[in-house]
Ligand binder design. Structure first.
Ligand code: FES
Length: 339
């Protein structure tokens, strides 16, 4: 029996390794070509100290100088001693290059390009090349624009797991944009695309309290992957509310999928708000206009936000204005790129 361990490096790179039941994380990583910093290998020097963000494990043998009981209580562990007893997410406090990790690269074929609205494409990639792909729900990959070898664009996965070896992305239609132009003018089913990743520290943590999800435009994508994952895990005992904000009615996409999630996850609700005052939707304005005290649950809430930088600032300011400090606030900022 082995477990999937996500190693998240401080430069945002994630690598997955499998770790045998009796194997330490350091040994499993080395076996798979990743040199987690270490020295004594005996639980004495603390060089290999990491923080375990989720999962179950035994701490192994070590001395108090290397790992204090308060650090252990906070989720720190020594990778040379730690033995996972479930899948885990481990934060490694150094860069992936310092650990000699290779960039993971996948060759996939275009399965489908769909125009979900004037402003949004859905891109599905498939192929045997994706069979080893694993990522955390909420993470992103860099897609290389075919014919533009050195130009990549970052997109969050909008589906979880490579069902039938396929993954999907939501892509904003940027007039004149490199990827948008490719999707509109040249992309054909079967065409090859290179994907690098996964990357990013924006991913779903263990569900331990209510969740508030805030999506701006195509920032909806990572939440679709997270909700996919929650469905696969059997739902959530805690309320999950999504506020999905867009600029105009034409930008609203994937409502059918969100409605399906409300049926599959009984504790999930969502609402859509539109900035355009002429919108036909009942809720107008920005996401911050629709955050209710009940969504913040007196601070006992984990907030996830994916949207443009001003939205991140606006939500942070809103939390200050209402004097609520949430249990956690995870965000991913993105900006459309043209060149
Ligand atoms: Fe020294 Fe792990 S390498 S404590």
């Amino acid at each position: 029996m082995s477990f999937d361990i996500a190693l998240n490096f401080e430069d945002g790179v994630t690598r997955f390794i499998n770790c045998g039941r009796a194997e330490s994380v350091v040994d499993a990583a080395y076996r798979q070509g990743i040199n987690i910093p270490m020295d004594c290998r005996e639980g004495a020097c603390a060089t290999c100290k990491c923080r375990v963000e989720s999962g179950d494990y035994s701490l192994g043998d070590y001395i108090e100088d290397a790992l204090s009981s308060s650090e252990a209580d906070q989720g720190y562990a020594l990778a040379c001693q730690m033995r996972p007893t479930s899948d885990c997410v481990v934060l490694v406090p150094t860069s992936s290059t310092a650990c000699s990790t290779r960039q993971e690269s996948y060759v996939a074929q275009i399965k489908e390009v769909r125009r979900l609205s004037e402003s949004t494409f859905s891109l599905a990639l498939q192929g045997d090349g994706l069979k080893d792909l694993v990522f955390l729900p909420g993470q992103y990959a860099n897609l290389q624009v075919p014919g533009e070898e050195h130009r990549q664009r970052a997109y969050s996965f909008s589906s979880m797991t490579a069902r039938g070896n396929s993954v999907t992305f939501l892509i904003r239609n940027v007039p004149g944009g490199l990827m948008s132009s490719f999707l509109k003018e040249r992309a054909t089913p079967g065409g090859e695309m290179i994907m690098n990743g996964p990357f990013g520290s924006f991913y779903l943590r263990p569900l331990v309290r209510p969740l508030l999800m805030l999506a701006g435009g195509t920032g909806l994508a990572p939440f679709l992957a997270m909700l996919d994952k929650i469905v696969a895990a059997g739902g959530s005992p805690f309320p999950i509310h999504l506020i999905y904000g867009v600029n105009t009615d034409r930008d609203v996409v994937e409502i059918d999928k969100l409605e399906t999630f409300t049926r599959l996850i009984p504790s999930f609700t969502f609402e859509v708000c539109v900035v355009d005052a002429n919108s036909e939707r009942p809720k107008k304005g920005y996401v911050t206009h629709h955050i209710e005290p009940a969504h913040l649950n007196d601070g006992d809430v984990d907030i996830y936000l994916c949207g443009p930088p001003p939205m991140v600032e606006a939500v942070a300011q809103h939390l200050r204005d209402v004097n609520v400090k949430s249990a956690s606030f995870h965000f991913e900022k993105f900006a459309a790129s043209i060149s």
